[in-house]
Design a binder for this molecule. Structure first.
Ligand code: PLP
Length: 246
């Protein structure tokens, strides 16, 4: 049963990489600039282990509790290669300690309040744990302006960036966004907006290092890669055998 599943994963993995390569090449980019985060939030540890065997190395979870379960499951299974995990979903301040230092990257710093809280706890952890120095993070931006979406509005981010730069304990590596669903042109426009905002911020603040653009999911990763994405967060297209690629 799992063998057939694993074959499917393997086949998908090469299909996804081909799509990323073509989209990158068509816009003068290299596929090496794009990292795949396999979003494992809907699957169990066996599926994650199968994904590791076929070659995935980065995994994304959107809940601290589920992240914890996956890390424990992996420690027990001790696979030959240890993958790393990233937090992609909404983070409540009372859950910060549960993820700090356990994830390579937090994609979802969506407000000044959250940034300050993560900074403060990261500073504290750095004082206590010699293995931890700082937490890498991305700033989540609500480019599309949909009311249901989390994140800084572009104007909020422009206004907050000086204060964000001063925060210790965190290292800001780039921006993240989620596109409106179901319309490829709108998605592309949203990803372009994220890139332009990044370019603007960097030109006003040359000391900022915003190389990462986390954008693109199962339905829109090719558009995202064309517009400069460096991290695609893929859930269904990786793990769901019946999800149909466009
Ligand atoms: C679930 C999720 C994804 C993956 O979504 P798919 O459409 O299944 O690829 C990506 N990013 C975030 C923040 C998510 O919550």
């Amino acid at each position: 049963m799992l063998d057939a599943y694993e074959d499917g994963l393997k086949h998908r993995f090469s299909e996804i990489r081909e799509r990323i390569s073509s989209a990158a090449a068509a816009s003068g980019r290299s596929a090496d600039e794009v990292r795949i985060v396999a979003v494992s939030k809907t699957v169990g540890i066996d599926e994650v282990l199968a994904a590791i065997r076929v070659g995935y190395r980065s995994f994304g979870e959107n809940r601290p509790q589920e992240l914890h379960a996956k890390l424990q499951g992996l420690a027990a299974a001790s696979p030959e290669v240890t993958p790393h995990f990233e937090l992609i979903g909404n983070l409540q301040t009372n859950k910060i300690n549960a993820v700090l230092g356990r994830v390579d990257l937090i994609h979802s710093i969506s407000s000044m309040h959250l940034a300050r809280a993560v900074s403060k706890r990261a500073e504290r952890l750095a004082g206590e744990d010699p293995h931890f120095s700082e937490q890498a993070v991305l700033l989540e931006v609500n480019v599309s302006g949909e009311r249901t979406k989390a994140g800084f509005s572009p104007d909020e981010l422009r206004a907050a960036i000086d204060d964000l730069k001063e925060l210790s304990g965190i290292r800001i590596c780039g921006l993240m966004t989620m596109a409106p669903r179901g319309n490829a042109d709108e998605a592309r426009h949203c990803f372009e907006g994220l890139r332009l905002l990044r370019d603007e911020l960097v030109s006003c603040h040359p000391d900022l290092n915003l190389v990462e653009l986390s954008c693109g999911m199962s339905e829109d990763f090719e558009e995202a890669v064309s517009e400069g994405s460096t991290i695609v967060r893929l859930g269904r297209v990786v793990f769901d055998p019946v999800f149909a690629l466009k």
